[in-house]
Design a protein around this ligand. Structure first.
Ligand code: SAM
Length: 199
């Protein structure tokens, strides 16, 4: 029902419009020429914002479960002249070789999965990241006060996001060789935790 174009409209109304994605891109460790994977990419808004931030000098891959989201992502990429390589699949079984990405990002997608999927996804991310590569988890989190938190409270009730709420990602990531480097709120109920793969 809320797929593709309608998802983007609905998301924009809820505060996940262009400026949100620009903000996500602005907290990421971006460098020209890097290879990026977005897991749970939806309509590829994060990939497009990263590409715009780097003037197109980046290789973007996006993976999502939903064919509808991927179809619209492909349309959007073409329309905005951004090259995005899209894959249908689940983030807990990544169809990529080991150590190929400089940066993996996931924006508001972990909160739509189960704890088991999240744990396997983090293991998979560690596998596909190059040494010294980065992993950014952007997820609904324990809110700090803000009007947008009040607006979003009904949506939290339907999301299984205990790992984010209880701040479990640093421990789960550390077990997979990923150390927390940055922890920043992007909205009063959404934060970005940036991890780095160590040798
Ligand atoms: C709220 S949307 C966010 C989309 C996009 N990351 C963004 O910030 O606009 C969550 C996305 O996660 C996808 N998703 C949920 N579970 C997934 C899984 N196990 N593997 C891959 N994608 C998944 C959904 O299909 C949906 O497109």
């Amino acid at each position: 029902m809320f797929g593709g174009k309608h998802y983007d409209i609905f998301a924009t109304i809820l505060g996940f419009g262009k400026s949100y994605y620009e903000k996500v891109a602005s907290v990421l460790p971006l460098e020209e020429g890097i290879c990026v994977l977005d897991i749970g990419c939806g309509t590829a808004s994060v990939g497009i914002a990263i590409s715009e931030n780097l003037g197109g000098n980046v290789c973007i891959h996006g993976l999502d479960l939903s064919g509808v989201q991927l179809g619209y992502a492909a349309y959007k990429g073409k329309k905005m002249k951004v090259s995005v390589n899209l894959y249908k699949g689940s983030m807990d079984m990544l169809p990529f070789a080991a150590e190929v990405f400089d940066l993996v990002v996931s924006s508001v997608a972990f909160c739509e999965t189960t704890s088991d999927v999240r744990k396997s996804a983090i293991r998979e991310v560690s596998r596909v990241l190059k040494d010294d590569g980065y992993f950014a988890i952007v997820d609904c989190s324990k809110p700090i006060f803000g009007l947008d938190t009040v607006m979003m409270l009904p949506f939290f009730m339907f999301k299984e996001n205990a790992d984010s709420w209880n701040n479990n990602y640093p421990d789960i990531c550390r077990e997979n060789g990923l150390d927390l480097e940055k922890d920043v709120y992007l909205k009063s109920y959404v934060k970005c935790q940036l991890f780095r793969k160590h040798y």
